[in-house]
Design a protein around this ligand. Structure first.
Ligand SMILES: Cc1cc2nc3c(=O)[nH]c(=O)nc-3n(C[C@H](O)[C@H](O)[C@H](O)COP(=O)(O)OP(=O)(O)OC[C@H]3O[C@@H](n4cnc5c(N)ncnc54)[C@H](O)[C@@H]3O)c2cc1C
Length: 414
């Protein structure tokens, strides 16, 4: 069913009880051409583009819980492409361009809102790093501009530029950056993929990976074995656990990353503001809540809770940078598990096992890449070789030393 004003009115007249299920609840078949493990945004997008762009429709997405409740449904939804290295800029800007037309492409409002992402510099060193980003992005044809403290204040009026602990020395602004509605992204891809025949199997956990003579032959799942010669592991937060099932040790450490929302306020915050120094970032959702993110916990863990001191640090700094929020009450706090690589760039490409592909290591900043990652991973699976934009992100870079280092340059990668 296509969404339209006419359909909305028609359903409204009958109390909105006639809307069909948005995607088919599928049970896994015994074999598939391609299996995607992980029903987050990246996995669902991969399956959608496989079916839509490459005509591969014997595809299953296996998700151990309900779709979209991993990091996709827990993140603070910042989308931008103003990275430092040419490889990263190409990857993230490919995604940003897809975001711009995604609602129309999928026939579903993903609420992409390019309201501008402001990255604040509080030290001379940070200003130099962010200015370097601005130049690198502009050389690559991607928008990013340097604002003086006064210009930053004019763009984001609640910002206090004269704070004693965190004075604002300037800011990098990517006007095309912004936010999108995370749940809607998962639902939109699931709906569109399902309509093309993809099986979305919820409650189906992958428990083993079968390999023969260095090739993938199938997967063990909580709903029985599935034969396939091509599979992609797209299970952020648990990538190392899954890869270990195939005997692959990934250079990944998993940490909790926390976020929280405030009580709803009238529209008062016009953009996304981020500070690498204090590991905090804030935007306002369409419901009016302030959406606030903090840094990762200091220690690895799989507990989706996060520790209170991290939140306290972030909130103290945010109250100093945006004094009007000091008395705002908070509604909810949560955490997701992010899989972090040594160079803070994702791992994308075929694993040492033929037919088994990896899409992981997005760390704290993979939501923004969702459409691009799915699009390029689908191309790679369909052609049996990495798409040229993905090629620099293969696992082998940790042996060759050709790292795509975004660590120092992007302290907060959201
Ligand atoms: C608090 C927080 C804030 C963030 N903020 C931002 C931000 O502002 N901008 C940004 O770009 N990124 C952000 N991120 C990072 C971003 O959320 C992730 O990089 C991205 O959502 C990863 O998407 P995914 O589809 O790969 O993973 P997920 O959405 O986590 O999906 C992976 C799925 O795999 C499933 N799975 C795991 N193991 C198995 C198994 N054995 N069998 C079957 N299924 C399995 C999980 O249940 C899960 O649903 C944030 C993350 C967090 C936690």
């Amino acid at each position: 069913m296509r969404f339209s004003l006419l359909e909305f009115v028609r359903q409204g007249l009958s109390g909105h009880v006639g809307w069909p299920e948005q995607w088919r609840k599928a049970e896994p078949a015994r074999s598939y051409d391609t299996v995607v493990v992980g029903g987050g945004g990246h996995g669902l997008a991969t399956a959608y583009y496989l079916a839509r762009r490459h005509g591969i429709r014997r595809v299953a997405v296996l998700e151990k819980g309900p779709i979209g409740l991993g990091n996709t449904g827990r993140n603070t939804t910042i989308c931008r492409s103003n990275y430092l290295r040419p490889e990263s800029i190409a990857l993230y800007d490919h995604a940003l361009r897809l975001w711009e037309t995604l609602s129309a492409d999928l026939g579903y409002n993903v609420m992409f809102s390019p309201r501008g992402v402001l990255m604040l510099a509080h030290t001379r060193h940070e200003a130099e790093v962010l200015e370097r980003h601005v130049h690198a992005d502009r050389l690559a044809g991607v928008d990013n501009e340097w604002l003086s403290p006064r210009e930053a204040k004019a763009f984001c009026p609640p910002l206090e530029i004269g704070s004693l602990r965190f004075p604002v020395l300037g800011a990098a602004l990517q006007r095309r950056g912004g936010t999108a509605r995370h749940d809607a992204v998962a639902w939109a891809y699931a709906r569109a993929a399902s309509a093309l025949g993809v099986d979305i199997c919820e409650g189906c956990e992958v428990t083993g990976i079968r390999v023969a003579a260095g090739r993938l032959v199938g997967l063990e799942t909580s709903k029985g074995p599935i034969a396939t010669e091509t599979a992609a592991l797209v299970a952020a937060g648990h990538s190392s656990v899954l890869a270990a099932m195939a005997g692959i040790a990934l250079p990944i450490v998993s940490y909790p990353l926390q976020a929280l929302v405030s009580e709803p306020l009238k529209p008062c915050f016009p953009c996304v503001a981020m500070s690498g120094t204090i590991h905090a970032y804030v935007s306002q959702s369409d419901k009016g809540e302030l959406v606030i993110g903090a840094g990762t916990d200091r220690y690895p863990s799989y507990g989706q809770k996060g520790s209170p001191p991290v939140i306290q640090d972030a909130l103290e700094a945010i109250s100093e940078l945006f004094p009007i929020f000091r008395r705002v009450r908070l509604l909810r706090q949560w955490a997701g598990i992010v899989d972090v690589t040594p160079d803070r760039s994702p791992i994308l490409g075929e694993s040492p096992i033929r037919g088994l592909w990896l899409n992981c290591g997005w760390g704290t900043g993979g939501f923004k890449a969702t459409p691009g990652s799915g699009h390029l991973m689908a191309w790679s699976l369909a052609h049996g070789k990495p798409h040229p934009i993905l090629a620099p992100f293969g696992l082998e870079r940790f042996a060759t030393g050709r790292l795509v280092d975004e660590a120092a340059a992007a302290a907060v990668e959201h």
